[in-house]
Design a protein around this ligand. Structure first.
Ligand code: CP
Ligand code: NVA
Length: 303
């Protein structure tokens, strides 16, 4: 399928059909990989990866994904690039486009990824900005589909900070037709524009922790303090937003627990939940690999 978008800066750039297509391709690439039958779909293609911030999953899954597809990835820390000495994002992207077939960047300000996309002649993928984390949510919905066999009509509860991952999850819920219940402390809600837009196609409700978790199919949380948050005192406002076993018991039987990782145990989630039988966090982390492979193939083949 030819995607309408050249880049993936946010999931709002995808149509529901494209979102579902990428998830199905990811499931099929995972099967190929499991039976040792990876196809060299990106033979001789190169991905340039720029990191302004630390990463474990994003960095390794993109690099290994390119390798499994017969291509190659170049890892670039922005502090070692001329970017750190004032070269513009646009000039950087224009240069990298002459050497590589795709650029993935993890940035502080979302505007930075938009500027890279403006300068690039190749597709640009957002590997996390202060506002969105689209690659994570592709993996999350793939994981939900694997576990629940469907997406439409599921109740997803987000508990904690209405951050970049939450904003992208709301985009994902709108694309999948899932119901999204978000519980955050006052002043820490998701982006209002994202919520308004998503409400045009699905149910998005800002509620209390107990209302969000009750009868949920999926309970999701994330750190209470993202890499871009400078104010460490904020975490005091989140003490009631911890996912524990008592909260999990109010969800549906067979509900799953998700977290994009890295996690702080006993802060946003107790060990009994994240290390317990309902947790799918390791499948979720693995699925970053498969969904990003599907995304890379779709974007690079299209360009
Ligand atoms: N979930 C996620 O993006 O992890 P990393 O920060 O390790 O890349
Ligand atoms: N919300 C977190 C996600 C890390 C993968 C952050 O931005 O640090």
């Amino acid at each position: 399928m030819k995607l309408k978008t050249r880049n993936l800066l946010t999931l709002a750039e995808l149509t529901p059909k494209e979102f579902s297509y990428l998830i199905d391709c990811s499931i099929s690439l995972k099967k190929d990989h499991r039976r040792g039958a990876d196809k060299p779909l990106l033979k001789n293609k190169t991905l340039a990866m720029i990191f302004q911030k630390p990463s474990t999953r994003t960095r390794v899954s993109f690099e290994v994904g390119m390798y499994q597809l017969g291509g190659h990835a170049v890892n670039l820390s922005s502090s070692e690039m001329q970017l750190s000495r004032g070269e513009t994002a646009e000039d950087t992207a224009r240069t990298l486009s002459r050497y590589s077939d795709c650029i993935m960047a993890r940035v502080y300000e979302h505007e930075m990824i938009e500027r890279l996309a403006r300068g690039a002649d190749v597709p640009v993928i957002n590997g996390l900005s202060d506002a969105f984390h689209p690659c994570q949510i592709l993996a999350d919905f793939m994981t939900i589909k694997e576990k629940k066999k469907r997406l439409k009509g599921l109740k997803i509860a987000w508990i904690g900070d209405g951050n970049n991952v939450c904003n992208s999850m709301i985009h994902g819920a709108a694309l999948a037709g899932a119901d999204m219940y978000v519980a955050t402390p006052r002043g820490f809600g998701p982006d209002k524009k994202v919520v308004r837009e998503a409400q045009k196609s699905t149910l998005v409700d800002l509620v209390t922790v107990s209302a969000a978790a009750k009868d949920a199919d999926v309970i999701v949380t994330d750190t209470h303090s993202s890499i871009h948050n400078r104010d460490r005192a904020r975490i005091k406002k989140f003490t009631k937003y911890r996912v524990d076993s008592a909260l999990m018991r109010t969800a549906k039987n067979g509900a799953i627990f998700m977290h994009c990782l890295p996690a702080k145990r006993n802060r946003e989630v107790t060990p009994s939940v994240i290390d317990g039988p309902q947790s799918v966090v390791w499948d979720e982390a693995e699925n970053r690999l498969h969904t990003q492979k599907a995304l890379l193939v779709a974007l690079i083949k299209n360009s």
